[in-house]
Ligand binder design. Structure first.
Ligand SMILES: [Zn+2]
Length: 197
């Protein structure tokens, strides 16, 4: 590797470490001529993957686009940069593993939603609202209903378990948010930020 300072091609590697889950290697090198140190990154060259958009337009696969969609959906949610980066990497790996040279944008969008749903329901509905181009409140309700139904099923399972265990049979109603809906089930929070894509 030619030294970026003195241009002499004579160095030794002083440290190698695997980064990004082994996808890249970072090497710290020392120039044997001028003794200055520099860093190189090595990664496997993969065949370029194109994303086929609705209408047939193709563009290069771009993890930044996936990340920015996730950043918008996850704004102010308890999701770290690291979590988002892990989601982006998971989706990228799956695309490269499952598609030869072209991946439909729909497949990426659906997969993002699937993964997001397991991470944070608000972020999931936000992403869905942009991705599925929700037109009105009804679309939100349609998207939320299966989530709320499974929450209710889980809650009634817990209540049944408490009854079986001989605990209190009647549970005091939870504190309500404005409009009377239990705070945890209000879809209003999910309705913010439909812009950005
Ligand atoms: Zn040098």
């Amino acid at each position: 590797m030619r030294c970026p300072f003195c241009r002499v091609d004579n160095d030794r590697v002083i440290d190698s470490r695997s980064i990004d889950d082994g996808a890249n290697i970072r090497r710290r090198r020392e120039c044997l001529s001028c003794r200055r140190r520099f860093t190189t990154y090595e990664r496997v060259e993969r065949q370029a993957l194109s994303v086929v958009k609705k209408g047939g337009v193709r563009e290069p696969f771009d993890r930044d686009k996936i990340r920015s969609g996730l950043n918008i959906a996850c704004g102010k949610r308890p999701i770290t940069e690291h979590d988002i980066e892990a989601l982006v990497s998971a989706i990228e790996s799956e695309c490269y593993d499952n598609y030869e040279s072209e991946v439909p944008s729909r497949a990426i969008g659906e997969r993002v939603m699937e993964l997001l749903r397991g991470v944070d329901q608000v972020a999931y509905v936000r992403f869905a609202s942009v991705y599925r181009e929700f037109k009105d409140a009804r679309d939100f309700v349609d998207e939320l209903e299966p989530i709320l139904a499974s929450d209710r099923a889980a809650a009634s399972d817990r209540a049944a378990a408490r009854m079986m265990a001989g605990g209190q049979g009647i549970v005091a109603p939870r504190a309500s948010g404005p409009g009377g809906a239990p705070a945890g089930e209000r879809p209003a929070e999910a309705a913010v930020e439909p812009r950005g894509r």
